[in-house]
Design a protein around this ligand. Structure first.
Ligand code: TYM
Length: 342
């Protein structure tokens, strides 16, 4: 019943709650594409059940779920090679999440910085779902026995909690059943910052659209946002050390590096000494050349709603084929009568 060998399997998810932006792309999506290949089975999810932990308009949620799916495909995920689906079509996620609600401790949840940030001052009025969110996230990952989870840096604490849940479950039931998942946080831009304030991360919830580059922005919008991005008056340094205490400069260099598949050091070797007046147009040109093909393909796919829905339904079927037996084995371990009959 217990497994000790785990298939190398990647799982990750994106909330369909706002615009897909450059942070999602460089911290997550581009890296999802890089991991698609013979080394791993890749499973990627639009986490609609996570999105409703804060209020979502139903029609907009449907539209954004399809838009994220279009973004996945436009960025290079192949629905034959990767399993693409929306979370609510695979009920095993929430079934395992309940078990994990009984494993995770309230004290662990109270330490989650994202809950504190999102709940804000009025935490008593936040939904119970927002508080329990990291247990559902652990279930998303572990219901596939995923071994690798590519995410941006802001998800690190949630992945540590996923490891804690796996370890405590295995310990409490005396099994070696859930893998202790590897977070895959990396690349030159694991935390893309707000274009107007280098101390805050780029986010779809910021009220100002000028703080982020959306994956649906056209070339003019991208160029304008980069031109207006906050910088400092100094020239770019030739080495990475010179970016210390220059968060806005570091952010633009990291974005350039991630878009051009280089390290920040390689970029600075090329552009060190240049003023922003010269560097920003280079960055804008690079960003437009990498992002425009994605946004036009996204727009085309958004016109193919039936095709998107079919991809999600087929992906959900394939996902369930992996998740259902793992959930059944979990039920058996936990002592649920009737587990393993279906
Ligand atoms: P979400 O929807 O906020 O973000 C999706 C992915 O994009 C990354 N990301 C960023 N990376 C770099 N710079 C930024 N400014 C930036 N903003 C967002 C996130 O780190 C993430 O990888 N809880 C998750 C979704 C989730 C999930 C999962 C992820 C649910 N279940 C299981 C992995 C595995 C979230 O809210 O991501």
């Amino acid at each position: 019943m217990t497994e000790t060998q785990f298939t190398p399997r990647v799982f990750s998810g994106i909330q369909p709650s706002g615009n897909l932006h450059l942070g999602n792309y460089l911290g997550a999506l581009k890296r999802f594409v890089d991991m698609q290949g013979p080394e791993f089975q890749t499973v990627y999810c639009m986490v609609d059940l996570h999105a409703i932990t804060v209020w979502q308009d139903p029609d907009r949620l449907r539209e954004k779920t399809r838009e994220v799916c279009a973004g996945f495909i436009a960025a290079g995920l192949n629905p034959e090679k990767s399993i693409l689906f929306n979370q609510s079509q695979v009920p095993e996620h929430t079934q395992l999440a309940w078990i994990f609600n009984c494993i995770a401790r309230i004290g662990w949840m109270q330490r989650m910085t994202q809950f504190k940030d999102k709940a804000g001052k009025n935490a008593q009025n936040a939904s119970l779902g927002l508080f329990a969110y990291p247990a559902l996230m652990a279930a998303d990952i572990l219901v596939y026995h995923a071994t690798h989870v590519p995410v941006g840096e802001d998800q690190k604490q949630h992945l540590e909690l996923t490891r804690d849940i796996a370890i405590k479950f295995n310990h409490d039931y005396g099994v070696d059943f859930f893998p202790v998942t590897e977070p895959v946080i990396g690349g030159p831009a694991p935390r893309v910052m707000n274009l107007r304030d280098g101390s805050r991360k780029m986010s779809s919830s910021d009220p100002s659209d000028m703080t982020r580059i959306n994956m649906t922005d056209d070339a003019d919008a991208i160029a304008k946002k980069i031109r207006k991005a906050k910088t400092d008056p100094d020239a770019l340094p030739s080495e990475v050390d010179g970016l210390e205490d220059r968060p806005e400069a570091r952010n633009l260099v990291n974005i350039y590096a991630a878009l051009s598949d280089q390290t920040a050091a390689q970029v600075l070797a090329e552009v060190g000494g240049k003023q922003f007046g010269e560097f920003k147009p280079m960055l804008a040109e690079l960003a437009v050349s990498k992002l425009s093909p994605i946004s036009s393909e996204m727009a085309r796919l958004m016109g193919e709603e039936a095709e998107i829905d079919q991809i999600l339904a087929r992906g959900a079927e394939r996902a369930r084929a992996i998740a259902a037996p793992i959930l059944q084995q979990t039920y058996e371990i936990v002592g649920m009568v009737g587990a393993g009959r279906s």
